[in-house]
Every structure is written in structure tokens, then in C-alpha cells.
Design a binder for this molecule. Structure first.
Ligand code: DX5
Ligand code: ZN
Length: 236
């Protein structure tokens, strides 16, 4: 027996891409205090995506500031050499884009060998066929609802139909194996669309600009995290 997706708790993963980098320790402490479930950590290399962000040193620097898991989203090519570095820096979940790895099965295995949970990140135009042969290696599917590279973009509506398809696959897999794979959606998640996103099957929502763009009067993020949860009745 497993719990149907409709009663899975919603996990909120603020993306620190939109945080104030000059006060990153304070920012990650504030999202944890506000009720965040994960820290979403966007790694961009100016090669796989046209932007350049943060690496293992920054992951290591924020690790002591939070107890919640760090959810590393690698938008880099090649992928493999960074996995041991992020594992050592305290990452808990590591996701990558299959187009960026020569050997997807090997990269997924490498993530678990380093003690982390493994995720596959699919761009809006990336077909779900990438999931077919690797389900047993996966702990999370990260569905991009914008093209990767920047925060603050608009949610692509066709992601909802794609989410429903992934939800069906993951529920069928859980039915036969008893193992639940998380389904995270990333890009353009806001207070006014999170209900539809969760109804379509997401159990984990990344939100960058929606969270860090709406601080409380004291600089915390309790209000916006509560507002996001309140849109999703079973998780409020
Ligand atoms: C985009 C990143 C996202 C991004 C989300 O490439 O992977 O995690 O920071 O930001 P918002 O919520 O602002 O779309
Ligand atoms: Zn991301």
C-alpha cells in the first residue's frame, strides 16, 4: 500500500538564485525558519545554459546554516566531475539534465554512490522517453516549466499536461514497486498557479522570485511560504 499522490505533503523548495547573495547565510536560515522543506541550489556553467552562478564552495558555505536538505540542480555540461564535489559539500539531492551527460545511467548511479539522491531534470522540450530505462535509478524527476538559465520567467502552460503524464508514470511505478519517486516542478511557480501545478501531480515545487521577491516586514519569508501552502488544501 502507498499513499495516493493526492494526499502527499507538498514540499516547497525556494531557489536561492533569487536570494540576496551578499547575505546568503541569513537568507537560507530565513527560508528554513519560514517553513521551507528544501534549499534549491541552481548551478549554471555558461555552457549548458547561458548564465553563470554558484558551485560546491558556496554549497559548503551554506551547509552549516540549515538543517533541511540541499537540492542541487546542475545545469552544467559535462556533469560527472561535479558530483563528488557537491556530495562532499553537503548536497542531499543532485539532479542533472540528461542531454548534458554522455552516460545517463552511469551519472545517476554515481550520484547514489556518493550518498545522495538522484534526480533527472527534463526541459520543456525534452521527451519523457528519457525516463523509460532508468526508473530504478531515480529518486526525483525535475520537470522544468521554463527553459533553464534564469529566474523570474513565466510558467509554460503545457507543463501541466506533461506533469499529468509523469504523475501517471510515477504512480504506476509506485503501484508495482512500492517506491515513490518525487516529482518536482521548477520555473515560474507563484501563489496564483501553484494549486493547478499540484493538482497536475507535482509534490515538490521550486519557487525563486515568488519567495525572495516577497519578504515579510522583518525580512523573513513566513508569509509567502504560508500563502503558497494555503493554495494547496491538504498541505496547509
Ligand atoms: C531556472 C532555475 C530555477 C529558477 C526558478 O533555470 O532552475 O530554479 O531559479 O526561479 P523562478 O521561481 O523565479 O522561476
Ligand atoms: Zn532549478
Amino acid at each position: 500500500m502507498f499513499i495516493p499522490s493526492s494526499v502527499q505533503p507538498l514540499r516547497l523548495a525556494p531557489s536561492i538564485l533569487s536570494a540576496d547573495f551578499s547575505r546568503l547565510g541569513e537568507e537560507v536560515r530565513a527560508i528554513e525558519a519560514g517553513g521551507a522543506d528544501l534549499v534549491h541550489f541552481d548551478v549554471m556553467d555558461n555552457h549548458y545554459v547561458p548564465n553563470l552562478t554558484i558551485g560546491p564552495l558556496v554549497c559548503q558555505a551554506i551547509r552549516p546554516h540549515v538543517g533541511i536538505p540541499i537540492d542541487v540542480h546542475l545545469m552544467v555540461e559535462p556533469v560527472d566531475a561535479l558530483i563528488p564535489q557537491f556530495a562532499k559539500a553537503g548536497a542531499n539531492i543532485i539532479s542533472f539534465h540528461p542531454e548534458a551527460s554522455r552516460h545517463v545511467d552511469r551519472t545517476l548511479a554515481l550520484i547514489r554512490e556518493h550518498g545522495c539522491q538522484a534526480g533527472l531534470a527534463l526541459n520543456p522540450a525534452t521527451p519523457l522517453a528519457w525516463l523509460d530505462q532508468v526508473m530504478e535509478r531515480l529518486d526525483m524527476v525535475l520537470l522544468m516549466s521554463v527553459n533553464p538559465g534564469f529566474g523570474g520567467q513565466v510558467f509554460i502552460p503545457s507543463t501541466l499536461a506533461k506533469l499529468r503524464q509523469v504523475r501517471q508514470r510515477l504512480d504506476a511505478y509506485a503501484d508495482t514497486t512500492g517506491r515513490r519517486i518525487w516529482l518536482e516542478v521548477d520555473g515560474g511557480v507563484k501563489v496564483d498557479n501553484i494549486a493547478a501545478i499540484v493538482a497536475a501531480g507535482a509534490d515538490t515545487c521550486v519557487a525563486g522570485s515568488a519567495v525572495f521577491g516577497a519578504p515579510d516586514a522583518d525580512g523573513g519569508y513566513r508569509g509567502v511560504l504560508r500563502a503558497l501552502r494555503q493554495q494547496v488544501p491538504q498541505s496547509a
